[in-house]
Design a protein around this ligand. Structure first.
Ligand code: MCA
Ligand code: AMP
Length: 515
């Protein structure tokens, strides 16, 4: 068999595989419907799927675009893509046809994997865009991908990749125009995973080991990279939930030690009377991120469970950037802050003049480090705009750093709504609303929401003589856009507030509709 742990191979999969426990028959993943997968199962299944991909004769750098429901097989597909050296392109399951058409047209994947239910329309889009292979994968272990992989060998040499070879493309929406594909390399992902393994004190088997409850979707950085890499790089078992279910999470807490969630998950867990200190007694670490964690949630969690949530901050373009300390000798976990820049990450705050902001002064957050992406897929100009002359990436987040180094995010210079951990770009939604008949213009704003953190609200102006129905507007958007992007409320008004430059004053709208 090949040397899968070859030190000359920077393939992320090689590092993950090298961390598998020696006893390959131990349980690696246990699912909410009673299935278990051993480490040997993961080793063999990734080899078989990687062999299937290799058998297609794809050119180097081929993109494998995937829009499937969460399943262990979907994770295996991700790992197999790394193993075979191709580029993984995960897509949110909520995306509808116009969105999928854009991603497939832009990324030109050689392979598309979708659910059997969506095969009809997705394969049409894919074949039209020149994709040669469309497979199906369902969350009940069926589909043509598994049928074909079943005939492939379970031995596969890990493809040799360099640290700066592409491993994944994650689409993130833009403040103007269409979504951009953030290109992440094997080096970006592995360096970040290694830093987090140390920083969050993942426990070795000799120290008692860790068990992760995986309850997040696997098409974004949080569930796909932070959670999966965290567990695999530590050889730790995952309790795999196909969907977040607060009662089930609480039931599983006594069998686990680590949980990761967006703030909405913590809010929903707190709404359960079963969440008690006793239920959380076995847990080592609760981690939150992807959106601001309210101090009320942080404090209530401490009171109810006796645990202090560790909040961290990251982006699709950079993976994780900062984290509150795990080890108390490094400092306390401070609610309302996202902690310190992670080891290897250089994070600075710049004032309006482009100078380093003083301690505690608010400015633009910029970052540099081995975790920072290569650029936006086929958008060199956009990429150049987002970096400073001295190579820092402009995050679009606004914040400050205190004397001890704690980073606090106070807002965003980008017009972005984060709803339940998903990003919604008002410009994209306004574009869709403005195309509806009878609409002259619109403004989409985010307002505070107890469950999702923020929700979108559309404020719409009708053409003279046209009569618009807010319910109808929302229904039209639902038929075109991923449901989490659809504003939860819509108001038809006479005029939008503008400043002297003619720009819509979204702060005025937020004050008007925000309560
Ligand atoms: C569902 N809906 C939403 C959202 N999710 N609306 C706004 N925002 C959302 N996030 C819609 C549903 O389509 C439905 O609409 C209605 O809201 C109620 O659905 P519900 O049953 O409550 O939703 P759910 O299925 O329980 O999902 C809620 C959720 C989910 C579990 C919070 O959104 C989720 O898993 N969020 C996690 C996202 C995440 O992993 N983000 C990480 C990104 P209707 O009734 O009209 O059908 S990575 C990242 O940001 C960076 C890099 C980082 O730092 O990690
Ligand atoms: P995404 O484009 O999905 O990668 O989202 C990245 C954005 O999520 C960041 O630029 C921040 O605005 C936001 N974000 C991530 N983690 C946090 C956090 N802990 N607190 C506040 N905002 C966060």
């Amino acid at each position: 068999m090949q040397n899968i742990t070859s030190p000359s191979n920077d393939n992320l999969f090689a590092a993950l595989r090298a961390a598998f426990p020696l006893l390959l028959d131990e349980v690696a993943v246990e699912t909410d419907n009673g299935l278990t997968y051993s480490w040997r199962d993961l080793e063999r299944a990734t080899a078989m799927m990687a062999n299937l991909l290799d058998s297609l004769g794809l050119p180097d750098g081929s993109r494998i675009a995937v829009q499937v429901d969460k399943s262990v097989e979907a994770m295996v597909l991700y790992l197999a893509t790394l193993r075979a050296g191709y580029v993984f392109l995960p897509l949110n399951t909520a995306y509808q046809s116009a969105e999928i058409e854009y991603f497939i047209g832009n990324a030109e994947p050689a392979v598309v994997v979708c659910t059997g239910q969506n095969f009809g329309w997705i394969s049409k889009i894919a074949f039209k865009a020149g994709t040669q292979h469309v497979f199906t994968l369902n969350d009940d272990r069926t589909g043509s991908l598994l049928d074909r992989a079943a005939h492939c060998s379970d031995q596969h040499p890990v493809a040799v990749r360099h640290a700066d070879d592409l491993a994944a493309i994650l689409y993130t929406s833009g403040t103007t125009g269409r979504s951009k594909g953030a290109m992440l390399t094997h080096g970006n992902l592995l360096s970040n995973a290694r830093v987090l393994k140390d920083y969050w004190g993942w426990r070795s088997a000799e120290e008692g080991g860790d068990v992760l409850i995986h309850a997040l979707p696997i098409f974004h950085v949080h569930g796909l990279f932070v959670a999966i890499h965290g567990a695999l790089l530590n050889g730790s078992k995952m309790i795999w939930l196909s969907k977040f279910d607060p009662k089930l999470v609480i039931k599983k807490l006594p069998e686990a030690t680590v949980f990761m969630g967006v703030p909405t998950l913590y809010v929903r867990l707190l709404a359960e009377p079963g969440l008690t200190a006793e239920a959380a007694r076995h847990m080592r670490l609760f981690i939150a991120g992807s959106a601001p964690l309210l101090i009320e949630t942080f404090t209530e969690w401490q009171e109810r469970t006796g645990h202090t949530i560790l909040e961290r901050y990251g982006m699709s373009e950079t993976a994780m950037l900062t984290s509150n300390p795990y080890d108390e000798t490094d400092g306390e976990r401070r609610g309302g802050t996202v902690g310190f820049a992670l080891p290897g990450v250089s994070l600075r705050v710049q004032d309006e003049a482009g100078q380093a902001a003083a301690v505690g002064e608010i400015g633009d957050i910029q970052v540099k480090g081995p975790n920072v992406f290569q650029g936006y897929w086929r958008m060199p100009e956009k990429t150049a705009e987002e970096f400073t002359a001295d190579g820092y990436f402009k995050t679009g987040d606004v914040g400050k750093i205190d004397a001890l180094g704690y980073v606090t995010i106070v807002g965003r210079s980008k017009d972005l709504i984060i709803s339940g951990g998903y990003n919604v770009y008002p410009a994209e939604i306004e574009g869709y609303i403005n195309e509806l008949s009878g609409v002259i213009e619109s403004a989409v704003i985010g307002i505070p929401h107890a469950d999702f953190g923020e929700i979108g609200v559309a404020v719409v102006i009708a053409k003279p003589g046209a009569s618009l129905d807010p319910v109808q507007i929302i229904a039209s958007l639902k038929s075109k856009l991923a449901n989490f992007k659809v504003p939860k409320q819509c108001f038809v008004v006479e005029v939008l507030p503008r400043n002297t430059m003619g720009k819509v004053q979204k702060n005025v709208l937020r004050a008007q509709y925000g309560c």
